[in-house]
Write a protein that binds this ligand. Structure first.
Ligand code: HEC
Length: 199
């Protein structure tokens, strides 16, 4: 009897360790910019040291002259690019930071309408969540965490509900995405990121 008890206790202790280990693992941020308790997203501190995924240029035509007034520069972790090139999908924990930059246009020795970035206007941040971690948050769903930040506050998002703030504008991406892309990856405008095409 005593032996059985010791055995049962032994199993319970190892189960406890296993559960404890699993819990500790659950608390480890799967992405560096996510608060695992609240699901709050911030602008990752180190994103400027990441490679750019691609750049979008916004031009207006004023009195016949092209005027580049904004750039959208998208950054991601180098591991995300390597993973996508290999598996054709974004990995759990992939972070996409879209930096909005004001721009000015000048005539330069390279051409008559050359734009350059000036100051940061804001940030859009997406975090890939393949596990549906924050079901009660209005900023998580459809496989991603979604948040916008003004230039002067990289910690507190101004976003309230991704279905209102983000989804309507990302719906055209679903049609533009490669047919065989994973469902939740179709929210991303991958047509602007040729680096993902390479093997
Ligand atoms: C006005 C429409 C619009 C809204 C609102 C919008 N997006 Fe986007 N988003 C786009 C378009 C179009 C692109 C790609 C072209 C560009 O940036 O001009 C894009 C690109 C992005 C990118 C780069 C990755 C990609 O999909 O290509 C991120 C990150 C992003 N958006 C996050 C968000 C988040 C988070 C929200 C909500 C808080 C949001 N966006 C709201 C239209 C929008």
């Amino acid at each position: 009897m005593k032996r059985v008890l010791i055995l049962v206790m032994g199993i319970l202790v190892s189960l406890g360790n296993w559960a404890g280990g699993a819990m500790a693992k659950g608390e480890t941020p799967f992405a560096s910019n996510v608060n695992m308790k609240t699901g709050a997203i911030s602008v990752p501190e180190d994103y400027t040291r990441w490679p750019t995924l691609g750049t979008w240029t916004h031009a207006k035509v004023d009195e016949g002259n092209a005027n580049i007034h904004e750039y959208h520069v998208v950054y991601t972790q180098p591991t995300t690019i390597a993973y996508y090139q290999k598996h054709r999908r974004f990995p759990d924990g992939a972070i996409l930071v879209k930096e909005l930059l004001h721009a000015e246009t000048m005539s330069m020795t390279t051409g008559p309408a050359v734009g350059h970035a000036t100051t940061i206007k804001g940030f859009f941040v997406l975090v890939r969540d393949a596990k549906g971690r924050f079901k009660s948050s209005a900023l998580w769903g459809d496989g991603w965490g979604w948040s916008f930040f003004n230039a002067d506050d990289r910690v507190t998002t101004t976003s309230k509900d991704y279905k209102v703030d983000c989804v309507p504008c990302h719906t055209p991406a679903l049609e533009l995405a490669p047919q065989n892309a994973k469902k939740d990856d179709k929210w991303i405008y991958t047509l602007g990121y040729p680096v993902l095409k390479k093997k």
